[in-house]
Each structure stands twice: as structure tokens, then as C-alpha cells.
Ligand binder design. Sequence first.
Ligand code: C2E
Ligand code: MG
Ligand code: MG
Length: 780
Amino acid sequence: MIKNVKLVACGTPSATAALTTTQFHPASFPSSMDRQKLVLYTKLIIIGLGALAVGVALINVPSESLGLGYLAILAFSVLVTPRTSLTLPHSKLTFSFSESVIFLVFLLYGGELAIIAACVESVANCTYLKARGIMKGRWIILFNSAAVSLVTAFSYSVLLLFSTYFDPSLLNDLLNTRALITVLGILALTHFAGSSFFAASYQSIRTGENIWEIWKTECLSSSLTQLTGVCLTGIIYKMIGFADPVVIGIAVIGLALVYLSYRQSFNEIGSAILQAEAAEREKAETERERRREAEKHASQLAVTLEKEEKANEALRQSEKDLRHAALYDSLTNLPNRKHFGDLLRVLIENYKNDPSAAFYVLFLDIRKFKNINDSLGHTLGDKVLMVAAIRFVRMLNSSDMVARIGGDEFAVILTNLASLGKAQKVARRMFDSIAQPFSLSGNTISISVNIGIAPCDTEYDTPEEVLRDADIAMHYAKERDSGVAIFTKELRVRFLERVRFENDLRNAVANGELSMSYQPLVDLQDGGLFGFEALLRWHHPEFGMIPPNKFIPIAEESGLIIPITVWILEETTTQLARWQKINRTYSDLIVSVNISGKHLSNDDLFDDVENALAISKISPQCLKLEITESAAMENAEHTINMLNRLKTLGVQLSIDDFGTGYSSLSYLHRLPFDTLKIDRSFVYSVGEGGENSEILQTIISLAKSLKKKVIAEGIETKSQLSLLRNLGCDYGQGYLLARPLTRDAAEKSLYENKSWLPVKLITSPSDKPQSADELNLPVF
Ligand code: C2E
Ligand code: MG
Ligand code: MG
């Protein structure tokens, strides 16, 4: 009989840990459902077998073994053991008194009581752990206790076998150290083997992992626990064998001290590890913080760099835009004057060094562009310029350059041309092509240009000089209405003279060089004085009298005609006011003032006329404004507007030089004029016998049908006068009647109160036209 053999409990921490794991590891086979069932069945089987082992042990408990000692050990295992286990922090190593208690019961009371003790101790231990939340699971207490009981039963069985077949004397004298070591060794090994196999198998069933791998990693370290338990049991058992209270007391104290110092060390190790972990965590956190900071800085840096890159890009773009804006025209995108000048400067230099590097500069000015702007608006005006730019570009080679150098002014550099004739051909082609009508916003527009050509010359030093000469040629083309003109030195002389006149004219009013001539306007039926046409005279201090046809165009082009006309309006109306007072018969005398097209297109004209009337205080209808037909037709709509406004002042309006301006009848009908003045060319062409009078007749009948008064200018012969009287012309003006008179001469004539018609015509107004020699011509 193996009476003194004591079994070892299976409540080793490693086994417990393995058995209590509830983690689920997916495995390919069996399926998770099957595995759950397998685990459940395993549990049930273990529980059953454990119950069986405990049952068998209970039946076979030797009654003499039960006593206070056994109960004390049970009490110890229930109350103390669970609370005294020590787990080395961060290791699977756990030291507890569980094994020692089970092994000791084995040695003292035999295997049956050891199985029961193992079961009780396991229940207590699991309950304690479960209460502390360390262990979880529905069947865990039952299952663990059964497993531990089974393992203890297994150890007991092996020990019984061993003592039966190998060393029957083994269990008889356990105080013998050799026998004690052998028994304890068998117990420890079988207990370890059983519990570790158990734990690894169960874990493998649960998770599907390799049993050997589990055993190595999870269970092997628990062998140390077994070893410690066995040693402790051996020592305790020996001391009990001595039965000396002093030795036992010393041993208990010693063991307690060892336990406490272990516990202390474990706690210290634990807290040291915790501290190290905390420090590690802190360090890691600091590292993480640093990394975050670094990443933040890096991303901020990236953002800053990106922003900087964008700013640089924007800067580069704006620099590019600026450079472009500095060199290109924003509307047409053609090179501007500066860009053009830069290239021209290079060409001038090249030509000085290499006479074969000839070039030609074209100056192009769009004719009457102001009218386009005024009539169609600036937006369409801009589009017209764009169309012109596109057409110019199309007509040139890539080596040529076209630039927009002013509002409606373009310039071209032609290179690689063999001769001036070729440049002229290019210019002519441009002239023709630009004249092709085009459609813009429903308007059919046709434009034309004046082109001046300046050939290269070694005398040029700057681009401005070349452009100036091309401009001079352009003005000449404009003046001659020839479209294209080539610059010559004579043109420059003329131009300089013109510039000189323009400068002199600027001060002419202030210097008292301007004066008015007054040419009588005569009533052709009764010979009475109807009024005067005011004609401007310029007495140049150096060149003497300068004819109006020479300085009026200069005044018009420079814009000086406007301030000059303002002066004329005041001068003539105040003069008339004085003359009207000479005699009651002159109270209706009128003065007719010529208004240039330039002034007509200026809104200030209205105020200027109103001012003159206000200053002179003459009756508005005594002031007549003469507008040439061509000026009136230049921008007919605007003319109609302006004349209507002027009409509200009460002044009279006359169309001058009628017959030369190609007025359309529809416009003529809408123009609010009072008098139509026949151009002197139609009067002049009438022969002595009244030939070529058809146009005169037509114009007079037209005026009559429009219910306008007619005045004929340039009457030089009596036959012309007679014819006009017979045709029913209302008024006349001409050398035959009176030449333009100085102010004083005009005034003198007023005092003479004479008839302005030749005597014979007065006496027989209804007579046939007289021959020239029969007429009595007044001379002034
Ligand atoms: P206009 O307005 O048609 O003036 C009539 C012109 O014919 C005057 O020339 C006058 O002297 C001239 N004339 C008059 N009767 C005869 C004649 O029987 N035979 C010939 N051959 N000529 C005659 P004038 O004074 O040389 O003026 C020429 C043009 O200059 C004017 O033609 C007018 O268009 C312009 N003009 C003159 N004074 C002014 C002015 O104060 N303002 C403006 N805007 N233009 C003016
Ligand atoms: Mg006139
Ligand atoms: Mg005239």
C-alpha cells in the first residue's frame, strides 16, 4: 500500500494561466463553431474526470489520516495560499505555496487526501482570483479544480506504479533523504509534466496553435515553480520529522523571512519595473512629443516653403506681367512704343556699321478714329483697334515688327527688303487691306489709314528721329489724301514751318496779331445790307499777312481753333452790338461766324456761343454760325444734336460751301439750318451767257423746297449776280458786291448807308442779266 505517498496539486500558476485564457485565436481548422463545441466538450470531460478522481479519493480516504493537522493544512491552503503567491513582474514565473501544500499533504497523509486538498486549494485559489478579476469564465472554478485534481491523481498514480515496480521500499521511510528526494522528484516531475501537458493541450484545442510551441512558451517556466515547491516541501517535511519545536520555530521564522524578503524584492522589482516602465513611457512620450513637434515643424516648414514658393511664383509671374506690361500694349498685345524704340535703336546702330542692314519705318494713323469712338462708343472703338492690329500683323513677315505707339497710331519696322519701292508696296498693301469692311456688333465698319514711310539713314541717332520723320510723311499723306507718302527732307522743312506757325499762332491772339475782316452779305433783291461774314486775318510779325487757308488748317489740327473761335465770337458779337446802334435800320444786322468741324465736335461750343451772346447782349438771331457742309457731314448724328442744341439758343445756322460736302438728302432734311450757302465754285463756273447754271438752279430750288434761305458766295461778275437774282437767290456775297473789309472800313460803310448792288441792277431788278461792263462795280 502506498500510504504515505502524497499527491501534488495542479493549481500551478502556469497551468492556471493557460487554462483561464479566454482569448480566441482563429484557426483554419476546425471552424470557430466546431472549436467552441470542442472546448466545451473538453471542459465537460475534464470536469467529469476530475469529479471522478475526487470521488474515488473521497471513497478511499483512510479515516485515520483525517485529523486536526490535515484540517489545519486545508485551512492554510484556503485562507493563506491564494493570498501569498508571488509573481515575478513581467514574467510567467509565479511562486506560491500551492505545490508545497499539496506535496506536503502527499507526504503526510497520502495521495487521496492530496487530491482532495488540491481540489479544495484550487477552488479557493480560483475563487480568490475570480473575486479580484484576474480570472474570468463561467466554468472556470469547476474546470480548474477538476484539472488540478486530475493532475494530482496522475502524479499519485505514477508514484504508486514506480513504488510498486521499481522500489517497493520507497514509501516506507520517507525520512530517509534519498527516498524523500526520489518521491518528491517523481511528484514534481509528474505534476509538472501532467499540468503542463494539460495546459498546453487545452490551449491548443482552444486556439489551434501548435501544442509544442505552447508548451515551450507558456509552460516550461513553471518547472521552476515545481522545483521551488518540492524543495520547500522537503525542508518542511524534514523539520516535521525532527519534531523539535525550536527547529520548527526557527525554520518557520526563516521561511517567513525568506518569503517576506522575496515579497519585498518582488514588490521592489515590480515598482522598479513600473518606474522603469513609467520612465520608459515618459521617455517614449517625450520622444513621441518630440517627433510630433518635429513633424509639426516639418509640416509647418513645408507649408511655409510652399507659401514661399507660391509667393515666389506670384512674384515671378508679376515680374513677368510687369515686364510684359512695360513692353506690350494691353489692348492689342502688340509691342508698345518702348519695345519698338528698343528694337529700332539696335537697327539704327547696325545700319551705321553695316549699310546693307537697311530698314524702313512706317507710321500708320487710322483716319478719323475719333469719329468711330464718338459714334460707336469706346468699347467698339477698342475692338476696331484690335481688328486693325490683327490685320497689320497678318500682312507682315516674322522678321518685321508692328507696334501700337499711340491711341490710333501704329508703327512698323520692315527689314530684309531690297528697296524703298518694296517698302512702298508693303505699305500700299497694308493700306488696301485695312480698307476691307468688317462687321462688329452688327455694324459694318470700314477704316482707312494714312501711312508715312521713313527709310533708314545714317544721320539718325535715335528711334524718335526716325518716328518723327515717318510721322511727317504720314501727315503729308493725310494732307494730300494720298494714303501713302515717303519722307523727304523738303517735307521736314514744310513740317518745321508748320510747327513754327503753330507755335506762333499759339500767341497770336495775345499779341494782337489776329483781326477780323467783315465781308458784306447783301440782299440781292433790294441791295440792302443783310449782315457781314466775319473772316479771320493773321498779320504775322515776320511773314506779314498769312492767308486763312494756310493757318486755319494748322489751327484746326492743333486744336487752337477753339480758343481762337471763342475770341472771334466775343469780338464779332460785341462789334455787331455797337454797329446795330449806329442806325435803326441796322438793328437787325447779322454777323456770320465760321465754326470749324473741330469746334463743332466739342460740347463746349454751346457754352461758348451762349457766353458771347451774354457778353454782347445782341439778339441771338443776329448771330449766324456757318458750318461747312463737309464738317457737318463728318459726324452727321453729332452735328444734328449739336445744331439742335444751338438752335435752342435762338441763333441762326448756315451750311457753308454747300455742294462740296456730299451731304445725303436724309441728313440735309434733319439738319436744323436756316440758310444754305452755295459754294463759290458753282457761281464761278457760270459763264457770261448764263451757261452751267443748272447746278445753281437745282441748289436754289432745293433750298426753296426745304424752306431755307439761300446765299451765294464768290459773286464776281454782274452776269453771275443777275443770274442769281433771277433764280431767286436771297443773298449774295462776293468781290463784285464788296471785298472783305477791315473793321474800320466796314463801319465807315455803315455810316454811308449806301446800296450794295450795282446801280443798274437796283433800278431794273426784273431786267435780264446785264453785261459785265454795264455794271458799276464798287471797289474796296
Ligand atoms: P469761307 O467761309 O467760304 O469764306 C469765304 C471766302 O471766300 C473768304 O476767303 C472770302 O474772302 C472769299 N471770297 C469772298 N468773295 C469772293 C469772291 O468773289 N471771289 C473769291 N475768289 N473769293 C471770295 P478767306 O477769307 O480767304 O477765307 C477762306 C476760308 O477760310 C473761309 O472760307 C473759311 O472756310 C476759312 N475762314 C476764314 N475765316 C475763318 C474763321 O474765322 N473761322 C474759321 N473756322 N474759318 C475761317
Ligand atoms: Mg464762311
Ligand atoms: Mg464759303
